[in-house]
Design a protein around this ligand. Structure first.
Ligand code: GLV
Length: 300
């Protein structure tokens, strides 16, 4: 049997998953596996050092950029990547539609005015990232009549995309984008992937949506671009810094929509997280490959 520690606090869904897999709750000192359920990595390093027999650590997020310093290859690391792409893609679509249809202005108006906005039908959308979010978003956009280009690390074609190409060719693609959605893992290679030059390459009126990490976008450059008023706007579920401090310009720019990192609420993803932990425990017990294994070199 697998001995499992759940830390840094009791978590009913994780305890249930451990029981459902027939694993045995354990103190970290004796555990084979650790299910980390903390909001942050604080305390994980100490738990990892106390867990001398640990061979596998399950992390609670899809993006493990906050854990990169801890990812030593002496143990196996898994993340939640892959399980809630559809949920986050839905939020990305909501942000894109809100921006295109200028719902943020209409909702605040409290009165009648001339109709404004644009449609995703016939729009050229560019999705950065072909993980579970990007893969789930492409069919949503094509269903609404957008033509989708995917930019990713490699160039393996993504189902439903008119074109899949590599991130290093982004300038040529961004020059024709009406909508840009960032859905990448944050790594040293993708940090700042949307900077001032990329924003300047976009056609007037384009919208930027970010459901990846705030640091994918150069925030001062974005603020400048939004203030210049040439872009349609930005709709962001993630920001740099995060939480966005009171008084930050992104809060008050009329062409910026901010949702406070709410694309994957616990209520929507808890069952999937429990299912991943349960199935990974069964896989671990029987020596099969784990789902969501993090490539320590690539950092996601
Ligand atoms: C959320 O941002 C996650 O990485 O799971």
């Amino acid at each position: 049997v697998v001995r499992v520690a759940v830390l840094p606090h009791r978590e009913p869904w994780a305890d249930a998953a451990v029981a459902a897999a027939g694993s045995v709750p354990s103190a970290v000192e004796q555990a084979d596996a650790l299910v980390w359920v903390g909001e942050s990595p604080a305390g994980l390093d100490a738990a990892r050092r106390a867990g001398r027999s640990l061979r596998w650590i399950q992390l609670p997020a899809a993006g493990v950029d906050g854990y990169l310093d801890l990812l030593d290859p002496a143990v196996r690391w898994t993340s939640m990547k892959g399980i809630y792409g559809a949920v986050v893609a839905e939020h990305a679509l909501a942000l894109a539609l809100a921006g295109f249809r200028r719902l943020h202005e209409a909702v605040g108006r409290r009165g009648w005015d001339a109709p404004v906005g644009r449609t995703l039908h016939g729009a050229r959308a560019v999705v950065l990232g072909a993980g579970s979010i990007g893969s789930a978003l492409v069919p949503l956009l094509t269903a609404l009549g957008s033509e989708v280009t995917v930019l990713r690390r490699g160039d393996e074609p993504v189902d439903g995309a008119a074109l899949t190409t590599t991130l290093d060719r982004r300038f040529a693609v961004l020059a024709h984008a009406d909508l840009v959605v960032v859905a990448l893992a944050l790594t040293p290679q993708t940090e700042g992937v949307i900077g001032g030059a990329e924003l300047a390459a976009l056609p007037a009126g384009a919208w930027l949506v970010n459901v990846g990490r705030g640091r994918h976008v150069d925030t001062p450059a974005l603020v400048d671009a939004l203030q210049a008023g040439r872009l349609g706007g930005a709709a962001l579920d993630v920001t740099d810094p995060e939480p966005l401090p009171d008084g930050h310009p992104l809060w008050s720019l009329p062409n910026c929509i901010v949702t406070p990192h709410v694309a994957s609420p616990t209520s929507m993803v808890e069952a999937s997280m429990a299912a991943r932990v349960r199935s990974n425990l069964l896989r671990f017990a029987s020596g099969q490959p784990l789902d969501g294994e993090v490539d320590v070199e690539l950092g996601y």
